[in-house]
Design a protein around this ligand. Structure first.
Ligand code: VG1
Ligand code: CO
Length: 543
């Protein structure tokens, strides 16, 4: 084989965050940057000699070129086979499925998810292990350690093969298999939800607008929703993936999917609105005149998942990330199943799913998933909603308001302060941590602090401990504020403030969360000094 061993030196800052390494595209394109990181991944996971690795990404700028380099490096490091999505495309959940189905050693998933793409945007790379899920911290720590000790990387001199022709070719001694990125995923979905029932729903005139945001889910959604389930052409919009997502942030929230939100609150609203993100693992669901908060979506799906054929056995347990609202806890309590509270990031759900302890997991950041893969899965969640709507014969608004009547409503909002200076973000968190012991008993506005801590998690299956995962302030009156810094940004720091309050009285459920939470918002600011420290008078993004 034509292997070249290239001398290199460690590059500062190649530290995986909440979901792999994310940097500006221009940084990833610097000579040797991607190569160094890929070599560190290969060595950090114990080598790829004789192994099968899945490779794919969300199609953003540099996706195809990066895959060419990765394939040449996998071959040079002895991999037996690479399985690659056609044209380099694989949504994150589809990649997870292929890893599992083909019993691969792991996968390299290229995406910066909801971050903007293009030459001036962001790029990302993460390694998923054999269960199909993001590498746990023990492995990301090993990868980071390798980035700091690297002296050379190995790459094949040969050109990488074309990614557009389905079938098998060779690169050095490695087999390269180009697969249809959509087919296996469609078959998997068919085992989980009732395609016939959803087909009948569409045939009866039910209307959906699915915004794929010019990202990777477009081809999956077109194939399933329009071709298989018979929704009219045009149901899926912005369905062609673009390297720069048409210049938008592919983040399905009220700011970046504003048009969809406007439509759903207008007189022309279809029965359901939905969107997914850059790499297809997030979802948002709206009904006519209502947007379902991701925390509520997790709770409603958990309470109704038995309607779907893949989950007839009912719920084993529910897992949610710590900042996700406690709506899911109420469902777990009523159904007498375990509720697990994990740090932010899907990698913390992997062990619980592998151990068969949970049937559904979710995050407030628009992520929901089940044991069918080891990633959150945007299109799956939307199909599950459709199946539940079809089974119950009720509108989304009816289902959600009935849920609130049964369990009470956890009013919820997240305020993001983006691109603040790293120094002020770090200082704010350090001061908060420093004040934890003195907070209980103090009153801010009309809320009194009951408890305050810095969240730590012990994995119940392997005993590993992860600390410093966010400051939690529990007030009286069922209110809570959580503070943490984002681990997916590429510029400065992003402060996330998660705010919630429980309201059992159904006559008060029909109110605006920002109004209901005004006192929690004010108390959070009084405690953390957000405005003074960030110099911002309002958050950049409210979800
Ligand atoms: C954010 C979300 C987190 C999610 C992560 C990856 O992380 O808050 O819930 O798991 O993105 O999602 P952070 O550290 O920025 O808060 V994705 O769709 O970007 O892979
Ligand atoms: Co994503």
């Amino acid at each position: 084989m034509n292997v070249e061993t290239v001398a290199t030196a460690p590059i500062e800052g190649q530290k995986p965050g909440t979901s792999g390494l994310r940097k500006k595209t221009a940084v990833f394109m610097q000579p040797g940057y991607l190569e160094n990181y890929v070599q560190a991944v290969i060595e950090g996971v114990g080598g790829v000699d004789g192994r099968t690795v899945v490779v794919g990404g969300d199609g953003r700028f540099f996706n195809d070129k990066a895959i060419g380099i990765i394939l040449r490096m996998l071959a040079a490091n002895g991999a037996e086979r690479a399985i690659v999505g056609q044209d380099g495309m694989l949504s994150t959940p589809a990649a997870s499925n292929v890893i599992r189905k083909r019993k691969a050693f792991g996968g390299i998933v290229l995406s910066a998810s909801h971050n903007p793409g293009g030459e001036d945007g962001d790029f990302g790379l993460k390694f998923n292990i054999a269960n199909g899920g993001p590498a746990p911290e023990s492995i990301t720590d090993a990868i980071f350690a390798r980035t700091k000790a690297l002296t050379e990387y190995r790459i094949l001199k040969d050109q990488a093969p074309s990614l557009s022709t389905l079938g098998e070719t060779r690169l050095g001694n490695m087999k390269v298999e180009i697969i249809d990125p959509v087919a296996d995923y469609v078959s998997l979905m068919e085992t989980l939800v009732d395609f016939d029932r959803i087909r009948k729903l569409f045939a009866s005139g039910f209307t959906l607008r699915f915004d794929a945001m010019h990202a990777v889910t477009g081809p999956y959604a077109k194939a399933i929703i329009e071709e298989v389930l018979g929704a009219p052409a045009g149901t899926v919009i912005n369905a062609t993936p673009l390297p720069d997502f048409g210049g938008h942030h592919p983040d399905p929230n009220p700011v970046h999917a504003a048009e969809l939100f406007r439509l759903m609150f207008s007189s022309d609203a279809p029965d359901m609105g939905a969107a997914s993100d850059g790499d297809g693992d997030r979802n948002i669901v709206l009904g006519r005149g209502i947007s379902v908060s991701p925390s509520d979506s997790l709770a409603v799906l958990a309470a109704n998942i038995h309607h779907a054929k893949g989950y007839r056995g009912g719920l084993k347990g529910i897992a949610r990330s710590m900042p996700t609202s406690r709506a899911a806890d109420r469902v777990a309590e009523k159904l007498k199943v375990d509720l697990f509270e994990t740090p932010t990031g899907w990698k913390f759900f992997g062990n619980l799913l592998d151990a068969g302890r949970v049937t559904i997991c979710g995050e407030e950041s628009a992520g929901t998933g089940s044991p069918h893969v080891r990633e959150k899965d945007g299109l799956w969640a939307i199909l599950l909603w459709l199946d539940i709507v079809a089974a119950r014969g009720q509108s989304i608004a009816e289902i959600v308001t009935e849920h609130w009547r049964t369990y009470g409503r956890d009013f919820y909002t997240r305020h993001d302060y983006e691109g603040i200076s790293t120094a002020s973000g770090d200082q704010l968190m350090a001061d908060l941590r420093g004040s934890l012991a003195s907070l209980p008993g103090k009153t801010f506005k009309d809320l009194t602090v009951a408890e305050a801590d810095d969240f730590a998690y012990q994995d119940p299956t392997d005993g590993s401990v992860t600390s410093r995962q966010g400051v939690r302030i529990m007030f009286d009156k069922g209110a809570r504020a959580v503070f943490r810094l984002s681990g997916t940004g590429t510029e400065g720091a992003t402060l996330r403030v998660y705010l919630e309050k429980f309201e059992p009285d159904s006559s008060r459920h029909d109110r605006d969360p920002q109004d209901v939470l005004a006192d929690v918002i004010a108390a959070a600011d009084a405690i953390a000094g957000i405005r003074d420290r960030t110099g911002r008078s309002a958050p950049d993004v409210i979800t």
